[in-house]
Write a protein that binds this ligand. Sequence first.
Ligand code: AMP
Ligand code: GLY
Length: 425
Amino acid sequence: MRILVVGGGGREHALCWALSKTATLFCAPGNPGTRASATNLPLEVSDHQAIRDAMRAEHIDLAVIGPEIPLAAGIVDYLAAEGIPAFGPTAAAARIESSKAFAKSLMASAGVPTAASRTFTDQAEALAYIGTHAEPLVVKASGLAAGKGAVVCSTRDGACSAAVEMFAGKFGTAGREVVVEAFLEGEEVSIFAITDGEHVMMLPPSQDHKRLKDNDLGPNTGGMGAYSPVAFADDALLDTVESQVIGPTLAELANQGAPYRGVLYAGLMVSPTGQPWVVEFNCRFGDPEAQVVLPIVDEDLTEHLWRIASGERWSPARTRIQASGAAVTTVLAAAGYPENPEKGAAITIPTDQPEDTILFHAGTVLDDQDTLRVSGGRVLCATGIGPDVQTALEASRRLAAAVDFEGKVLRSDIGWREIARAGAS
Ligand code: AMP
Ligand code: GLY
């Protein structure tokens, strides 16, 4: 099997690393890290035609789409019309991520537990509604905003300012529609379910760390680290997620004429009583969660992804993907991230990488002299693997410390909730 992974970040490096165990990999455009397990093809993810041409020229059987932007732009529809299997949802089904307004209305129709909300296209109506809403509350740009379009507001005044900024274009067209919703208490967990629209297999649960600084302080980012598995997301909780969230959502998408294939990412808030509430859906693997979930999967994903994308019969006997051990990833970000990341610093990577670690590349580039340099906000993901989260964290920290570049920013407390729980029990 020959597979093209579309994208060039840490998630796509993790996909290449995982799928190359059983397939020949290509990555478009990839990054200096994906070269270890794939052949990089210098293509834009938005150039669907060039991707089709390269797949034909290289006799590639399957495309696996990493990021949401090409999915929302219809890359899977385009390749399918050309007779090329691609793993990921159609543009219509990807609206579950690209329109929060659509996702909220879908969940209401399907009876999926989520925060009460209303959607507005008119600023005066939004402000009037906020004026009567209990505090705290959450204001969200409906469209794609690179994970930055949700503002948790402790006061109605703050929520009004956030809504005014969104209507004024802070997130471009993504803020033309604004969702106002109730604040949910609890702990977050990310669940990835691969699906053909009917059957489902869930990958091990993971937890992202969105804030820039230790102790969950500082601004929201694309994610500063993650760990998997998450002990409180036990079998009973996953059963509830399957029956109350994933199942009804897939059925309602099919009912509305947009059947879903690919990976459905449910971002959940689990209340203190153990009830999962949907915070958001994404139409792809999480980043940096993929960098911890994929390394602990024990079974061959290639076969599953191929069957789902090609429409071959897929009737898994289990609803869980087999996994063992634990992984923690520490994101190494550039100075100035997330507001204004500085690019260009030279990166040193140890030649004798610590045991039980994988260094996934995200924002790196090789210059003309073959020096590895910083080229994006999130630069590298230092993944550690071990029998439990504590051991995996130690491995991740060792690797994160051994890699160096000027201005390196990182958190040293990834997995702190899990470790506190393990210590308390
Ligand atoms: P989203 O872009 O919808 O994933 O939101 C980004 C982050 O904002 C989430 O990961 C949560 O930490 C927080 N958030 C979003 N919606 C809510 C909510 N209704 N209640 C509490 N926190 C929320
Ligand atoms: N880690 C959050 C996301 O991938 O959207």
